[in-house]
Design a protein around this ligand. Structure first.
Ligand code: EPU
Length: 419
């Protein structure tokens, strides 16, 4: 298993290009199952998660061609069973349930197991399928959904932690081929949901309201092939902006959509950093002593849970007391114990982290536990004295395209060691 060694202390400067969004690419690749015709998707990031999704599509019968970020999927014939072996590596595999149900009127997919960021049920996805007329059975570790036909319905997808992103995607993908009109209330408003709706509309679907709390889907009898560019990854961009804030003298992320990043850039401005957004680029630079902050994670357009760990790393070295409250995944704090091993002073009170900023962290061997927690450890290492050795790097490779190489481009002293 590879390790990443971060030699702390280098100042970052310059610019990097942001990749296509992982959380857009995964459901959009799944959506290609909705048509027999070829679909071509541009800017698919080269990540282990997108590889897993393509393996699932191949298992289901699709033909896949991939070259430099361009993926063509032709799902001329599909079968509707995705067993444990094929889906166990990635929770987002549940995203094939909706398109398979829409196209085949049945789907059997192994249930996702536990996840280190907390309990991740799919009850809301299933509630949506049931409302469309599907029967749901859970047996032998699999969830089976089937319906002689799907009929439009009014569905409220809001759960106790707010809207569900993949749940909204899944129900939208099943509803595009249902008879009649589906209204999804309490829909997730994330840009990735809008990107999926844009792609589905290019395939001939009739979806309105994506990006608001109410999505209206007018069912159609079939979809056709389409071509689509994935939106820039706002979480990758946010991660590099935080890297720039932690250790930079002026870092620019290019090919981003600044309006998708407002919550993150507002937080960094609140911390005292200078933010300049121009067209498709954002620059973060120091502007006096950074200030502590209070942040609460919320559904979009609020501060994203996927940036909580990285902010925790930044605030660990920001003088004063900062407070982070995690509202989406209350247990998503695996990075805290590792940051403490580097000298961070963090006290947990339920789903709130109270952080007393320290002047410097010290490098240490640390263990990556999930994607964003791992990124946070690398970011903390940029500012730490000595070497931070991050093991279990495969977590990073699930969701960041060449994180170490891009940080090197900005001047970080970072190396990947093959074990
Ligand atoms: N929830 C339920 N029931 C459900 C579904 C969700 O109670 O049926 C709860 C969850 O437990 C959580 C909240 O609702 O408390 C929101 O979860 P959501 O369903 O929105 O999460 P997701 O769709 O499974 C996506 C991203 C995550 C990101 C979350 C929240 C993808 C592939 N994953 O997950 O991304 O954290 O939305 O924004 O889109 C990551 O990229 O590191 C990552 C974990």
């Amino acid at each position: 298993m590879d390790k990443i060694l971060v030699h702390g202390g280098n100042s970052l400067a310059g610019s990097i290009k942001i990749s296509g969004s992982k959380n857009s690419a995964l459901p959009i690749l799944a959506a290609t199952l909705l048509t027999r015709e070829p679909c071509t998707i541009h800017r698919v990031p080269d990540l282990s998660d997108t590889h897993y999704m393509l393996q699932i599509l191949i298992h289901l019968g699709a033909q896949v061609e991939r070259a430099s970020g361009i993926v063509t999927v032709t799902a001329d014939k599909v079968q509707s069973v995705a067993p444990y072996d094929v889906v166990r590596k990635m929770r987002a595999s549940v995203g094939v349930l909706g398109p398979l149900l829409g196209r085949c009127k049945e789907a059997t997919v192994s249930l996702p197991g536990g996840c280190v960021i907390g309990d991740r049920p799919i009850d809301l996805h299933l509630k949506g399928f049931e409302a469309l007329g599907a029967a749901v059975r859970v047996e032998g570790g699999n969830v089976k959904v089937f319906a002689p036909k799907l009929a439009g319905a009014v569905i409220n997808l809001r759960g106790k932690f707010g809207p569900t992103v993949l749940g909204t995607d899944n129900v939208m993908m099943a509803a595009v081929l249902a008879e009649g009109t589906t209204v999804i209330e309490g829909a997730a408003q994330e840009p990735e949901v809008c990107d999926l709706a844009d792609f589905l509309n290019k395939m001939g679907a009739k979806i309105e309201g994506a990006g608001t709390r109410r999505i209206i889907v007018e069912g159609v009898s079939e979809l056709h092939g389409a071509e689509h560019d994935i939106i820039p990854d706002r979480i990758e961009a946010g991660t590099f902006l935080v890297a720039g804030a932690i250790a930079g003298s002026g870092v620019t992320v290019n090919r981003v959509e600044p309006k998708h990043l407002t919550a993150i850039t507002d937080a960094l401005s609140g911390c005292g950093f200078k933010i300049e957004a121009k067209n498709q680029a954002i620059t973060v630079s120091p502007n006096g002593a950074p200030k502590p902050l209070e942040i609460t994670t919320e559904p979009y357009p609020g501060f994203p849970t996927d940036m909580q760990a990285q902010m925790c790393a930044l605030l660990s070295t920001t003088e004063g007391i900062s407070v982070i409250t995690e509202n989406i995944f209350p247990q998503r704090y695996m990075h805290v114990a590792e940051l403490k091993r580097m000298g961070a002073q963090v006290q947990m009170e339920g789903s709130t982290a109270v952080i007393q900023g320290v002047e410097r962290l010290t490098g240490a061997p640390v263990m990556a536990s999930d994607l964003r927690a791992s990124a946070a450890l690398v970011l903390a290492g940029l500012k730490a004295d000595g070497i931070t050795e991050v093991s279990r790097v495969y977590h990073i490779d699930r969701g960041y395209e060449h994180l170490d190489e891009k940080l090197s481009e900005l001047g970080a002293h970072i190396e990947r060691v093959k074990a």
